[in-house]
Design a protein around this ligand. Sequence first.
Ligand code: C2E
Ligand code: CA
Ligand code: CA
Length: 664
Amino acid sequence: MLSIRYFFVISLLTIMTVFYGVFFYYYLNDQQKKTDLIVESIRHDLSETAYVISSELKTPESIRGFKSFLHRKVANSPLISALVVGYENKIVLTTDPSIQSLPTELTIQKKLMELSPQQLTQHQIFETDIHFFIQDKPSRLNLFLYVDRPYIEKYFAESQHNFLLFFGLVPFLMIMFLWFVLKKYVTLPLELLRQYAYYQSNVPTKFKLRELEYIRSSMVQTFDRLDNEKNELYRQARTDNLSGLANRNHLNERINWLISEYSRTGQEFAVLFMDLDNFKTVNDMLGHEVGDNLLKNVSTIIQEVLRDYDIIARVGGDEFVIVLNYFQSNFELTHVINRILDRISEVHMVDTHPVKVSASIGVVCFPKDGNNITALMKNADIAMYEAKNLGKNQFKFFTESLHKQVIGEIQLEQDMQRGLRNDEFELYFQPKVSVHNDRVVGAEALVRWIDPDKGIIPPNDFIPLAEKTGLMVPLGDWVLKTAIEQQIKWKEQGLGDLQISVNLSPIQLLDTLFDRKIQALINQSGINPAKLDIEMTESQFMENTEQNLNSLTVMRQQGVTISLDDFGTGYSSLAYLKKFPIDTLKIDKSFIDDYATESGAIFIETIVKIAHTLELNVVAEGIEQEAQLNYIAKTGCETYQGYYCSAPLPVAEFEAFMKERSTT
Ligand code: C2E
Ligand code: CA
Ligand code: CA
């Protein structure tokens, strides 16, 4: 590729060559013209002298009479240094006494036309003949003209100097000037532009050449724009859009920086993992806009409570991470956390809605609870869940025992996977009995895990973990399938066409194909769908409401009945009772336990009344005493479950129980 410099050099050289060529031509031309002039003048002098002499000469001897004429001629013309007249090879007259003999033929220039400058300077003697008559006899003298060579040389040298001066020096100076201009106004700006394009650091100042200035200013504009866009992208990549707080990327960056910095200095910092309690309910009940605004409120509150140099990030829907790196003591740390919790649990006015939320916070300290970001976040998460389990609206420090608990859970999960593979799960059945005639109308399937080492493990010990780990889906599928098969077997064995209740985890409903799964099970097994009842707890109803509502509605259309389990322990919202496709309310055991107190009794009676008004069945759970049974019979409750009649039984015992009852 050709550089501008080379291009310019080549162009200048070409121009110079042409330039010099042209002027050399003119120079030669000029030399020739001068030569012609000189030759013309010599010719003129010669012929004039010859003419004068020939016209006046009578005898060759009388030539001496022309001596003064010839001297005058020489004196008048700077060109002529001497004039010599020869006759028959002898000098007869000369203006220069130093010339003793006639010139030889070789040194004489006879031809007086078309002489080149070289020829002119080479030859210094020109000759012409002087013709005259001696008594009518033609005779001839030779006239020699000696040119003044130094004069001619000087004459030519002068024009040569001028030529060199004007056509040698001037273009050279011009080229130097152009070179300077090119460097200052073109190549240097271009180099600056190149450096600017490459490093984008030194913005070149304004250029003099318009085109270059256009390029420069548009480059500056483009780089400015790109810079702004880059900054904006960088900001977006590190900021949470909704709250304006840092996002996970930014948080990771800062924590990693703190880890490397504090590892050196041996300092401590705390990471708080905060999750809002029941945020989902706010979102579901009041809409996402209110939910978003609530999150903004909470963000502002945290910012107000904390100091500018504390790091606050929003890392998920309602999850925040706070990094506190300047605190004197755990006392100061807990004080700050309590202020956050207090401020958050105040009533928020969000779009004219009074909203009350709280938060659960897990706290870890670097380096005690983890020396890398993954460990810190994981342990903070564990501590946060512990805070939730302990009743929410509180904080919990990560501890070794918590860690052990998590390790235990991991072990349990692995054991459970093995259990599923090895058929270690078993269904127990608890009869549902009619309050009026004591007949068994159905049975609730309750899962048990028979671990070869630990023995029978109750569902409360593994269902929550199964829900957390994803094992709930295969386990739930197994429960449903086994319960349906059992119903059909018992019917075939003549033990009765019992309605079987199966507990459903909301995790199972998260699968959008769940209703089709049920439909397929019903079709394959040939069970009467009315003999299948699904139990879900009230709090589970509240989660994923839209999806739950859809799935439950589809199931009910298929003929399956729906029971609301543990009623009274959750929200007990009448709106939900109306909205959801429910057939049965199951009054929680805790209320049955309280039946003898005034408030307990009022609650039971109210539930039964509401249920009947809404044309729902009522099942009382956990009836252990005759008195309890007698009491609920009076309220109008139709069905009960409880140890009073029977605890959940393994299949063989349940069959024995049923057979015994049919015989008595
Ligand atoms: P739940 O659905 O409320 O089941 C009733 C629980 O009360 C059962 O405990 C039962 O054994 C116990 N119970 C029944 N009558 C009495 C009584 O008179 N006195 C006392 N003290 N307790 C009584 P279990 O079998 O340990 O089940 C606990 C929970 O585990 C169940 O509560 C249910 O939520 C869950 N669960 C059980 N099996 C399954 C299942 O297959 N799938 C799902 N998702 N959850 C299940
Ligand atoms: Ca149940
Ligand atoms: Ca229950």
